[in-house]
Design a protein around this ligand. Structure first.
Ligand SMILES: NC(=O)c1ccc[n+]([C@@H]2O[C@H](COP(=O)([O-])OP(=O)(O)OC[C@H]3O[C@@H](n4cnc5c(N)ncnc54)[C@H](OP(=O)(O)O)[C@@H]3O)[C@@H](O)[C@H]2O)c1
Length: 230
């Protein structure tokens, strides 16, 4: 058993989710930021990959106070849980990922993370799962999340984590905001990076919805046709 997994990105018309500089370039419009806030409000947890976590230190909280209040009225915590998937965790004191909230913090990592870091994360209230092997075992992680009460998971990048989840059939829905601009750059991150799939292994999608926005951007929603449900 695993949660329902929704992957969301903001990308340029050429499919880039950042520039070649990899400094977390702004891509979303104001309307898209509001949509992402609503997506977070519907989620039990929001997840990011290790590079996004360590390089950008995202807050991942809900910005709109009334969305937080509505969750509390439904008996939920004000913010969804924040989940980091990181091979070698090296979070710093004062990291916004840990402190912005209140929110439950969950870290999935490998044995490459130092004992000191594991102890420090736990003493700061994070729930930490350490997997044997080179990387986090994404299937095992999903099963753990389900047991931990996460039924609806929002994945917010980056491209490496996105591709691994898609490749393993662990994504149910993909949404994207296509901003009216082009970054270019062969090494700029895209919606799905990693090793890539051959044509025969391409991940099939079904177009569910397309909306053109007043800001010149496009919202698109796909369901993933090849996935593992358990
Ligand atoms: N526009 C958007 O919507 C958006 C959203 C988020 C991020 N971004 C951008 O995406 C870029 C970062 O993406 P990224 O691809 O470099 O990194 P990422 O997907 O954020 O993080 C991937 C990291 O997770 C670790 N990991 C652990 N277990 C894994 C597993 N089983 N499968 C895959 N990864 C695993 C990997 O570490 P090891 O390789 O060390 O094993 C890898 O470095 C940044 O430029 C950021 O700005 C854009």
């Amino acid at each position: 058993m695993r949660p329902f997994v929704h992957l969301n990105v903001a990308m340029t018309a050429d499919g880039k989710i950042d520039t070649v500089e990899r400094r977390g370039a702004a891509i979303s419009s104001a309307a898209d930021k509001e949509r992402v806030d609503r997506l977070r409000a519907q989620a039990d947890a929001v997840m990011v990959g290790g590079r996004t976590l360590l390089d950008e230190d995202p807050k991942l909280t809900i910005k709109n106070e009334s969305l937080r209040a509505a969750r509390v009225a439904r008996g939920l915590p004000p913010n969804p849980a924040k989940i980091g998937v990181v091979t070698n965790a090296a979070l710093q004191p004062g990291a916004k990922f840990l402190t912005a909230g209140p929110a439950r913090i969950v870290i999935f990592t490998s044995e490459r993370t130092s004992k000191n870091q594991l102890e420090w994360l736990r003493s700061n209230g994070a729930q930490v799962f350490v997997h044997a092997g080179q990387r986090v075992d994404l299937e095992a992680m999903m099963a753990t999340l389900k047991v931990e009460g996460i039924n609806r998971l929002l994945v917010e990048g980056g491209g490496t984590l996105n591709f691994e989840l898609l490749r393993r059939g662990l994504v149910d829905e993909v949404t994207a905001y296509l901003a009216p601009m082009i970054f270019g750059g062969a090494n700029a991150p895209t919606l799905a990076d990693g090793l890539g799939a051959g044509r025969d292994e391409a991940i099939p999608l079904k177009l569910e919805q397309v909306n053109a926005l007043d800001d010149g951007g496009i919202h698109v929603r796909y369901s993933v046709l090849r996935k593992h449900s358990d």
